[in-house]
Design a protein around this ligand. Structure first.
Ligand SMILES: CC(C)(COP(=O)(O)OP(=O)(O)OC[C@H]1O[C@@H](n2cnc3c(N)ncnc32)[C@H](O)[C@@H]1OP(=O)(O)O)[C@@H](O)C(=O)NCCC(=O)NCCS
Length: 332
């Protein structure tokens, strides 16, 4: 097996070959979830979701693409680790290719001076068995939920919004599409940092954000063909942003919405702002994206507050996932 690195921005053939494997794998490994479109996939190969450096590698045997992997090498925090997503198409599995890819990735990570590989697999999938065989340690359980937008009972959003009225008095809603106004970038960076309060695995450092990182994520999303929506709540007394929810719609798959972060800063919790934000987002989407049929969201299984809100909106469990950690030295 030859394993070669490629530049997703320049090597269209290699990016297409890896995307094709992703398309073949998704119904097998993640049934009920749409494969990423080519545009979203290529942007992900280059930068992931939160603007960290990524490497894309394609494996071939006798000129046929037989797998590959994506390596995320965060350069601001978690610089002792790297996240790997190895992929082998269904027709080529159980022949040792995945193990070869994992060893290759581990050597790459060791050479980059890092000690730990991390990964993410759906419970009960081939990746789950693969991670266990590799000796990975389970860090955090994540549950993915799906909302059938057409099944939201009429009147439910109005009723939920009314239920927030007293607790959320003194807060005003705002929304933006695709770009934050420059005046809010620093505050949006702080809200991203407040996500550090969400459950995360042992030893995982919280992300540090600034205005440039917020802009880098926006640029990547637009280049991927994503329409991004943001709803925020502002404390009318101080003018400070107290909470934020973000959601993206791929223009190539416009029936699907992908929930991104939802966060309320510590000082403003307990005012039903999380629920208000998500209700307001659904109202905004009804106006701007009337074709939307499903929304996908993922939360740590232990994130009781967020899950209560999602349950109230009608989200149903689609799948359960595990975040894994594996010392590089145990593979090489
Ligand atoms: C995970 C994946 C890369 C494995 O590729 P592969 O080429 O089949 O892996 P290998 O042949 O090297 O398997 C090594 C061992 O992992 C375990 N394993 C692999 N697939 C398994 C499955 N479906 N069920 C249980 N164990 C499994 C087995 O112990 C296997 O050894 P064996 O075949 O001798 O029993 C492939 O299934 C895939 O692309 N899955 C989707 C993406 C993913 O989940 N990637 C993992 C995240 S990094």
């Amino acid at each position: 097996m030859r394993i070669e690195r490629f530049d997703p921005a320049r090597d269209e053939g290699a990016a297409r070959a890896l995307h094709q494997i992703h398309v073949e794998n998704t119904p097998v490994d993640d049934p009920g979830f749409p494969p990423k479109s080519p545009g979203v996939f290529r942007g992900y190969l280059a930068q992931g979701w939160t603007a960290e450096p990524h490497e894309a590698w394609l494996a071939s045997v006798a000129g046929d693409a037989v797998g590959g992997y994506i390596l995320e090498l965060p350069d601001r925090e978690n610089r002792d680790r790297a996240a790997v997503t190895a992929m082998v198409p269904p027709g080529r599995r159980r022949a040792g290719l995945g193990t070869g890819l994992l060893r290759h990735a581990a050597a790459r990570v060791r050479d980059a001076g890092r000690s730990t590989l991390t990964g993410f697999t759906r419970d009960g999938s081939a990746g789950d068995g693969f991670a266990r065989t590799a000796g990975a340690v389970a860090d955090l359980a994540e549950i993915v939920r799906k909302l059938d937008v057409g099944e939201i009972p009429s009147g439910l959003l109005a009723e939920l919004r009314a239920s927030t009225k007293a607790a959320a008095a003194g807060y005003a809603l705002m929304n933006w599409a695709s770009h934050y106004p420059g005046a809010y970038l620093d505050q949006v960076a702080r809200l991203n940092e407040a996500m550090g309060d969400a459950p995360h695995g042992p030893g995982e450092e919280e992300q540090s954000w600034n205005a440039a990182r917020v802009r880098a994520v926006e640029v990547r999303a637009v280049a991927q063909g994503l329409r991004q929506y943001s709803v925020a709540v502002r404390d009318e007394g101080t003018g400070e942003l107290a909470g934020l929810t973000e959601l993206s719609v791929d223009q190539a798959e416009p029936e699907w919405g992908h929930q991104q972060l939802t966060v309320v800063t510590r000082a403003h919790r307990g005012h039903r702002l999380g629920l208000l934000l998500k209700v307001a987002m659904l109202e905004l989407l009804a106006e701007r994206e009337p074709q939307l049929r499903w929304i996908i969201t993922g939360n740590a299984a232990s994130n009781a507050h967020m899950i209560t809100i999602n349950d109230a909106l009608g989200y149903r469990v689609l799948s359960q996932w595990t975040f894994w950690r594996l010392p590089v030295g145990s593979i090489l």
